[in-house]
Design a protein around this ligand. Structure first.
Ligand SMILES: *Cc1c(COP(=O)(O)O)cnc(C)c1O
Length: 394
């Protein structure tokens, strides 16, 4: 089903499903397979990768009906020509960049990107003689001033990792289009339920499906959606690198996708309640959340997004690591762990300055990043309140 007149919530349930192809099963089952045999020489010779468009199978690495169901669904939700699955969110990021950046090119990367994205740019792209320049995420149309004749791509992430600056994507896209520069965005935070950058003219949108799409902290998965011109280029890069996702993990992505819109709305609702409570809390210096007016780019968020998710940060007065441990170690519901987007609440201390170079993080205090899970909000508040008390009493 690919009916654009249907709302995103409905499409999240129906896209990519073809029960009549699966003997009536609602969900496409886990198809395992490497070899796909042909009955005749003519059939063998007729199979080309382009046949993926019509669901033909060539070899397991290029996917099975399970893979195609997820890729078709995400392409539809993200408003793209095609979708691609990759073994992790980071693989989706790196494959998108490798698809376009060539030796001698200049690539612009938002200063607030996910840390490992920065690591890939600094280590791998640089070693390929690609010049990487980080830019202030709030640059907007002024990005024109730092574009060069050899600028090949602009990489965006909105809101930014750890500090949640919201980028003026349409302004950056307008500059990129006038200069024939490819735009790639990391849309992990909002997912296509709340934000569809291709509708704003971005060429390639990447999500770490490990987070909200899988949604249960039990699989690694990356997804890419691209427009008609750029999809074959990213796809060929993924295929030539030999990247392939096991069908069980694809299935977990598909299963998660079907409930994504209700889960993320509940995360949104609970997170807003907690973010506002922290904002009015006398021991909290500042809360960083795109839906709050103090957040850089809040107006852009209001203009371009349809909602907010469960990840944000807040700051407390700086104290020792021992005080942090006194706060975090005994927490009952918030666990310390990387990643996010699962059903459970998480908390980690964060240091934004360690992963930026074009801008300076000069806000006072100790930054703490939380993911608000689906537990009862009052239980979560109590756990946080007790933690904050332990921190200041230490
Ligand atoms: C987690 C994350 C990634 C990487 O995803 P993995 O599946 O962990 O490789 C990329 N971008 C953002 C914004 C993330 O939060």
């Amino acid at each position: 089903m690919n009916d654009k007149s249907l709302k995103i919530q409905t499409r999240a349930l129906h896209s990519g499903r073809r029960p009549s192809d699966q003997r009536g099963l609602v969900n496409t089952p886990v198809y395992r397979g490497s070899t796909i045999v042909s009955e005749t020489l003519k059939e063998l010779r007729s199979k080309t990768i382009a046949d993926r468009e019509i669901g033909a199978m060539i070899y397991g690495r290029f996917g099975t009906p399970t893979t195609f169901a997820l890729e078709d669904a995400i392409a539809d939700l993200g408003g793209g020509h095609g979708g691609l699955s990759l073994p992790s969110g980071l693989a989706a990021v790196t494959t998108s960049l490798l698809a376009f950046a060539k030796p001698g090119d200049h690539v612009l990367v938002a200063d607030t990107v996910y840390g490992p994205t920065r690591g890939f740019c600094n280590r791998m792209l640089t070693s390929l003689q690609i010049e990487v320049e980080f830019y202030d995420p709030m640059i907007g149309s002024d990005i024109d001033r730092i574009c060069r004749p050899n600028t090949q791509c602009i990489f965006l992430e909105s809101p930014g990792s750890l500090t949640f600056e919201v980028q003026d994507v349409p302004a950056i896209v307008a500059v990129a289009k006038s200069r024939n520069i490819v735009t790639i965005i990391d849309n992990t935070w909002a997912t296509p339920i709340f934000y569809r950058p291709l509708e704003l003219g971005v060429n390639v949108s990447v999500i770490a499906a490990t987070k909200y799409v899988v949604g249960h902290a039990d699989a690694m998965l990356g997804l890419i959606v691209a427009d008609e011109e750029h999809y074959p280029i990213v796809r060929s890069c993924r295929d030539v690198l030999g990247q392939s996702v096991a069908p069980d993990d694809i299935y977990l992505g598909l299963r998660g996708l079907r409930t994504l819109s209700v889960r993320i709305k509940q995360h949104e609702h609970q997170t807003l309640e907690i973010a506002k409570w922290l904002e009015s809390h006398e021991d909290v210096i500042e809360v960083f959340h795109p839906a709050l007016t103090n957040c850089p780019g809040h107006e852009i968020w209001k203009r371009d997004f349809e909602g907010s998710s469960g990840l944000f940060s807040f700051s407390l007065k700086s104290k020792s690591d021992d005080a942090l441990a006194a706060m975090l170690d005994p927490m009952k519901l918030f666990s310390m762990g990387y990643s996010w987007g699962g059903f459970e609440s998480l908390i980690v201390p964060a240091n934004p300055q360690a992963t930026r170079s074009a801008t300076t993080w000069s806000k006072p205090g100790q930054l703490i990043r939380v993911h608000i899970g689906l537990e009862n909000v009052d239980d979560l508040k109590r756990d946080l309140e007790q933690g904050i008390q332990r921190y200041y009493e230490y």
